[in-house]
Design a binder for this molecule. Structure first.
Ligand code: ADP
Length: 173
């Protein structure tokens, strides 16, 4: 008659951190957040305050946009962090770092970072997810470039981000 797999009840909830610059959040990020929210008990989207020297949106604006577009997910929260990601993960009791891989070109850098984080904190696992094909070429950098040149970013970012980009750069809708 085959067998039935018995799963042990979880004693602790699985908290994952999804760190990044999110300057600004794109539909690719959102795709990953939706996937992560289904797998983990709690997903903390953590905006790096010090990752880029000259961001288009300041950290507060990036958090505001993320909060608005993740509002519907009850197990997703948005936070800011500074300094070492490993220390932040520890402070949140998180055992998992979630990162997205779009193409092979992302892999090398992501692997380096995951290995470095593992060296610092053995218990911390990095989990990679891939977005829907439609977002596999999408980056915040390209969205900003497109917006700066007056192109439409409607297909790539949620409406609130489109509005903020337009206000800042005069992007077309
Ligand atoms: P960082 O500066 O840390 O790379 P980003 O905001 O650019 O921050 O990206 C945060 C994470 O989201 C990274 O793991 C990145 O690979 C992933 N990511 C970015 N864009 C996409 C996308 N279109 N699809 C899937 N993952 C993505």
């Amino acid at each position: 008659m085959g067998y039935r797999m018995v799963l042990e009840p979880e004693t602790t909830s699985r908290i994952a951190i999804y760190p990044g610059s999110f300057d600004p959040v794109t539909k690719g990020h959102l795709d990953l957040i939706a996937r992560g929210a289904q797998i983990f008990d709690q997903l903390i989207v953590a905006v790096a305050q010090n990752s880029e020297k000259d961001p288009l949106f300041d950290a507060k604006e990036r958090v505001e946009m993320l909060e608005a577009v993740t509002f519907e997910y009850k197990n997703v929260e948005v936070d800011l962090f500074e300094g070492l990601l490993v220390n932040y993960a520890r402070s949140q009791n998180a055992r998992v770092i979630l990162r997205g891989i779009r193409a092979v070109s992302d892999y090398e850098y992501e692997l380096q970072m995951a290995m470095m984080n593992r060296k610092i904190e053995e218990q911390l696992e990095t989990v990679f997810m891939i977005p829907a094909m439609a977002y596999s070429y999408l980056s915040s950098r390209l969205v900003k470039e497109l917006a700066r040149l007056g192109g439409s970013v409607k297909d790539f970012v949620p409406p609130i981000v489109e509005e903020r980009l337009r206000a800042k750069l005069g992007a077309k809708s």
